[in-house]
Design a protein. Structure first.
Length: 277
């Protein structure tokens, strides 16, 4: 099975699915990571560090470096009013945008972005270019499952990413789409620090929460996820509330778009999740 996880920033992939990544690799899945932004809100130097932090975390879980890809767009903050992807989601297709670092796509470690893979050159930061790059990448790899941040997430980039994905031509051809929540309401309280289980985040209503998909992790998978989180030194600095490590639990939580019994059964048979109905 081919699985594509699309992450807004470097660390979201581990927080959301560090255990699932391990399970997939053990089962022989072709697991790909695509970063939408460079995580360059605090500048190019931090963006480079975040690239290597994520690379270290992912390879420690068994993912090959060749399975990590970058769209190379900007990161301008968390609030909806500051978020780069949120602004891109409602701008006209050819409106020129810029990040705090660049007005074009780039790879923080000097490698090829998806647009360079497509055309040989970088591109201006526009909604049209982003949708074209994302659509092209999905067509090239034809994933059976896409995993992406949920529209209810309180981070503007996270909420906008799924909205942009849904505006690609190829989206309706994707068999299964799972979503995840990182910023669920109050980062100092959720996820809970005193439990090995996730509770319903404030952004979820009971109907959505009761239909969640719970992926149980083994002790080993949780341990390696916990260790991988500590790769993100730039994000752990100042994390006095233990926000990042609170994602190291005995389970991971996802939500299923196009929630049909057939799609649930496919996930069930592949990942051994627990029904929450």
């Amino acid at each position: 099975m081919k699985i594509l996880l699309i992450a807004p920033h470097q660390d979201d992939e581990i927080l959301a699915a560090g255990g699932l990544i391990q399970k997939s690799i053990k089962q022989g899945d072709d697991f790909l990571i695509l970063f939408a932004t460079n995580g360059d809100y605090h500048g190019l130097d931090i963006a480079r560090k975040r690239y290597y932090e994520s690379e270290h975390a992912l390879t420690s879980l068994g993912l090959a470096k060749k399975s990590i890809f970058y769209l190379g767009y900007g990161d301008t903050g968390m609030k909806y009013s500051h978020s780069f992807l949120k602004r891109m989601s409602f701008e006209k297709n050819d409106t020129l945008l810029s990040s705090l670092v660049s007005s074009t796509t780039y790879h923080p470690a000097g490698m090829k972005t998806v647009h360079v893979m497509r055309t040989g050159v970088e591109t201006s930061l526009t909604r049209r270019a982003f949708l074209s790059d994302l659509n092209w990448f999905i067509v090239q790899h034809s994933p059976d499952i896409i995993i992406v941040s949920d529209s209810s997430d309180m981070h503007g980039d996270h909420a906008a990413l799924i909205e942009l994905l849904q505006n690609t031509d190829v989206f309706n051809q994707v068999p299964i789409c799972l979503t995840y929540i990182i910023h669920g309401g109050n980062d100092s309280l959720w996820p809970p620090r005193d439990s090995q289980k996730f509770t319903c985040p404030p952004v979820c209503d009971s109907k959505m929460w009761n239909k969640r998909i719970t992926i149980p992790l083994t002790n080993q998978e949780q341990h390696y996820k916990y260790k991988a989180i500590f790769s993100f030194a730039t994000q752990l600095e100042g994390d006095f509330d233990n926000f990042l490590v609170s994602f190291s639990k005995q389970e991971e939580i996802f939500f299923l778009l196009r929630d049909t019994r057939i799609n649930r059964q496919k996930i069930y048979s592949h990942f051994e999740y627990k029904e929450n109905l």
